[in-house]
Design a protein around this ligand. Structure first.
Ligand code: PLP
Length: 451
């Protein structure tokens, strides 16, 4: 039971709203933070308290919380034409232009886009595309999807089945067709005496063995985030995507790059696959696609998958799938503006400029006796709390240590996210160097209070 005064914002928040992914004892104790507005990378609560958002919303508010151009783009489209879908042979001019833009900025020389309202739905859509290809191409047994332990792909029943986190067992997921292979986190899962290259080779061999065991002709696709995000910010081990893609190509299995977090600049390039030097068959995009100003996701098919889907759709006379708001014109107008802002207002350049400062700050915090590792890429990073720095032994206890650190950060006016035993930072791309200092200063104070 919460202990907040009747009719307070905290009590009212609790009374009628569910919290997703929230530690409920913490809410009972501390109450929800009810926010009213934002300014650049800062947000403000109903009591007037200011927080520097070290998470940029949920990895997505990369242009800050009050970008006037973004709001104007949405308003202009609401005024011009507020709604339409992208099916029954109709779509808005904004949707046409956004698809052209997405293919132009993608690593593909040609392709096609399908729109959803979220990253989960985009992954779900892609799985349905793969399953439809099975029927159309005479391989209906090709239904299995391979993802990785600790990978995060969303919350719809299919996307949750792809997600490699144990909490989905409360829903009786994953479905049978979903197989999870090893997580490329060398620091945590490398064997004693194993080099990083050997670790990568072991994971590639595990994938090969899994494909052999399941039967290559039963596997529809392999999905991976270039840097695992919600699994704890885990960059791939050395040479990982090259080794994995070699195995997938050998068996003709498409590689789908889930770029919901890494897309549009988070790792310092437009796409995470560019940072790690591979070209996937499909890109899944969301979050930064609209800089968080509209809920939207996109499945961006490369040339081969486009041709296969085109042929399959023609065979059935249609692709029987779509959401009411697929290709919503306001979403598309906002996405066009977001891409312009991110790519032409120097936001990706800022990620590159800020990255050395971010790395320096993370490395300094990682000297703490209870931080075992810092890891990350570009402007996404995690600090892993450990009870023992030498043995890497994790903490135990009902309220995780990362939850305690995150709460102490909140008290300092910094929002950051506990993920397992790690603390995650993924600030907005518009951060200034002094705001970066402020972020690490607050985190340092918070850590001092916890340990
Ligand atoms: N894929 C990845 C890599 C994500 O990080 C997320 C969300 O964080 C999703 C998919 C799901 O997106 P959404 O929450 O918009 O459904």
């Amino acid at each position: 039971m919460n202990k907040h005064a009747p009719n307070s914002w905290e009590a009212r928040a609790d009374e009628h709203s569910f919290y997703g992914f929230t530690d409920l004892p913490t809410i009972d104790d501390r109450g929800a933070i009810v926010l009213t507005h934002g300014n650049g990378p800062y947000v403000y609560d109903v009591h007037g308290r200011e927080y520097l958002d070290g998470n940029s919303g949920l990895w997505n508010m990369v242009a800050g919380f009050d970008h006037k151009g973004m709001a104007e783009a949405a308003k202009a489209q609401y005024d011009r034409f507020p709604g339409y879908h992208a099916f029954f042979g109709r779509m808005s001019d904004q949707t046409v232009m956004l698809s052209e833009k997405l293919i132009e900025v993608s690593p593909f020389e040609r392709g096609k886009v399908f729109y959803t309202n979220s990253g989960s739905e985009a992954n779900d859509t892609m799985v349905k595309m793969l399953w439809m290809l099975g029927w159309a191409e005479g391989t209906p047994q090709k239904r299995k999807i391979i993802t990785r332990i600790n990978g995060y792909h969303g919350v719809t029943a299919v996307a949750a089945s792809m997600t490699g986190k144990p909490y989905n067992h409360v829903f009786g997921l994953p479905f049978d067709e979903f197989i999870h292979v090893g997580c490329p986190h060398y620091w945590r899962f490398g064997h004693d005496g194993e080099t990083e290259a050997e670790f990568t080779a072991r994971l590639a061999q595990e994938l090969e063995d899994t494909i052999q065991k399941e039967g290559a002709d039963t596997i529809a696709g392999f999905f991976a985030e270039p840097v695992m995000g919600a699994g704890g910010v885990i960059p791939p081990s050395e040479g990982y995507f090259q080794a994995i893609q070699k195995v997938l190509k050998k068996h003709n299995i498409p590689l789908i790059s889930d770029e919901v977090i890494t897309g549009f600049g988070r790792t310092g390039e437009t796409w995470g696959c560019q940072t790690y030097d591979f070209v996937p068959d499909v890109i899944i995009s969301s979050k930064n696609l609209t800089a968080g100003y509209f809920p939207m996701g996109a499945v961006i098919l490369g040339p081969e998958m486009t041709d296969r889907m085109q042929a399959a759709s023609e065979k059935f006379d249609e692709f029987p799938h779509g959401f009411t708001a697929s290709g919503h014109p306001v979403g598309c107008a906002v996405a066009l503006k977001a891409i312009d802002v991110i790519m032409n207002e120097g936001l990706i350049d800022n990620v590159r400029t800020l990255t050395p400062l971010f790395e320096e700050g993370m490395a300094r915090i990682a000297e703490h006796k209870n931080i075992g590792e810092w890891r990350g890429k570009g402007l996404m990073g995690a600090l892993e709390a450990v009870a023992d720095k030498n043995t890497k032994e994790p903490f135990d206890g009902s309220l995780s240590v990362s939850e305690r650190i995150a709460n102490a950060c909140t008290d300092q006016g910094l929002i950051c996210r506990p993920l397992g035993q790690a603390i995650v930072l993924c600030p907005a791309f518009i951060l200034t160097p002094s705001q970066m200092d402020e972020m690490f200063g607050k985190l340092e104070k918070a850590l001092d209070g916890v340990f």
